[in-house]
Ligand binder design. Structure first.
Ligand code: PLP
Length: 399
């Protein structure tokens, strides 16, 4: 570690609010699937900003979009139309089951927009008491009061109470536990099709179809949080594409901007129209720079063969990890969809990402015991081989 690294780590400790378990390296630049720290060390980046850098680092199409749009128009008041905003919304609508878009700056804000939409829709279309929401144990929807109230972690953070009332937690993949919570006051069910922070838990298609049926029979809005799963990450454009159903509303972010902060709520018209003039808004959301970059990212993702390659590389990665599991008794489970993969090991998860990092691979923790692997969607099979070799070496080193 150079003096430079140590000085920056020290200043971080002093100057920044200490909400993260700070990593011992300082990242400086990235290119494709690799990042470099200030000491010149190279890392294969299978964290990708936690499933964000969908096109890798310094993607030429993103740089061009950034440069072109920044030199033309970076910001406009949200009530003004810009071509960038309309282009981005058109792409999202044309490539999803949704009719209208509300742009946001993050996944959390996309969830906030969803909460406001379902509550207003239910207030006007069901009853003024219909404001309850069903969500799931091990869920993660964000850290604001609304999104945080839908997040299981609230139960371990009593010091932030009172939370938003009327939120009930069911068991993921257990349809009976959902049925028990349905009352005339439930306006919506919020679910991640693959729970990310909860440990890469994949929803079973039959369970999701059961949720759709419950929602249809009880006039409940079905909201998918596709912040982590959306935009090709799972080997389909959206995770709902794996499940033979359509949600009424979805939240997007992360891979949508490929690293530029942007998110969106996408909704079917009936629900989108609940948000009327003055009922919601944001200064930055949908600004020309963010939407121009997201448009460039989306154009890449929907280009012929891109998502098929994500699926193929995801399958390859999975098979290589399964081979490794047969060689190593330290891997206890492998889960995921596409390039959103979680592995459970016998190694303390507090140690594993740091040890991988020391061997040149960045990956993140998900849930209590899971190592999360979310490389850029452009990752090659050769880079997957490189990552698996580092994982194997690291597992051998750790006891
Ligand atoms: C499923 C899900 N929803 C919402 C969020 C919150 O998104 P953001 O951190 O962009 O606010 C995250 C972030 O990890 C997420 O994984």
């Amino acid at each position: 570690m150079t003096g430079n690294t140590q000085a920056l780590l020290d200043e971080t400790k002093e100057l920044l609010v200490n909400t993260y378990a700070t990593q011992p390296i300082v990242l400086e630049r990235g290119e494709g699937c690799y990042v470099y720290d200030v000491d010149g060390n190279k890392y294969l980046d299978f964290a990708a900003g936690i499933a964000v850098a969908s096109l890798g680092h310094a993607a030429p199409v993103m740089l061009k979009a950034l440069q072109d749009q920044a030199s033309q128009l970076m910001v406009a008041p949200p009530s003004f139309v810009t071509k960038a905003k309309v282009d981005c919304a058109r792409l999202l609508v044309q490539n999803s089951c949704f009719d209208q878009i509300f742009f946001t700056n993050s996944g959390t804000e996309a969830i906030e927009a969803c909460i406001k939409t379902v509550r207003k829709w239910a207030y006007e279309n069901k009853s003024q008491q219909c404001s309850d929401i069903i969500t799931f144990h091990k869920s993660f929807h964000g850290r604001s009061y609304g999104a945080g109230s839908l997040t299981e972690k609230r139960n371990t953070q009593p010091y932030f109470a009172p939370y938003v009332p009327g939120v009930y937690f069911a068991q993921f993949n257990d349809i009976e536990s959902v049925k028990k919570l349905v009352t005339p006051n439930v306006c919506a069910i919020f679910i991640e099709p693959v729970q990310g922070e909860g440990g890469i838990m994949v929803a079973e298609p039959e369970f999701m179809q059961g949720l759709r049926k419950i929602c249809d029979e009880n006039k409940i809005v079905l909201v998918f949080d596709e912040v982590q799963t959306g935009m090709g990450r799972t080997g389909r454009m959206f995770a709902y594409d794996h499940m033979s159903i359509e949600p009424d509303i979805a939240a997007f972010a992360k891979g949508m901007g490929g690293g530029f902060p942007i998110g969106a709520m996408a909704a079917k018209k009936e629900f989108a129209q609940a948000l009327t003039v003055g009922s919601h808004g944001s200064t930055y959301a949908g600004n020309p720079l963010a939407t121009a970059v997201a448009t460039a990212v989306l154009r890449e993702i929907i280009s012929p063969g891109f998502i098929d390659r994500v699926k193929k590389t995801g399958d390859y990665f999975r098979s290589k990890l399964e081979d490794l599991q047969r060689r190593s008794n330290k891997i206890t489970d492998i889960r995921g969809l596409g390039l959103m993969i979680g592995i459970d090991t016998t190694i303390d998860i507090k140690k594993l990402p740091r040890a991988l990092q020391a061997n040149g691979l960045l990956a993140t923790q998900a849930g209590d015991v899971t190592l999360r692997l979310t490389p850029p969607l452009i990752v090659t099979e050769a880079q997957v081989d490189e990552a698996v070799a580092i994982i194997e070496k690291t597992l051998k080193e750790l006891t």
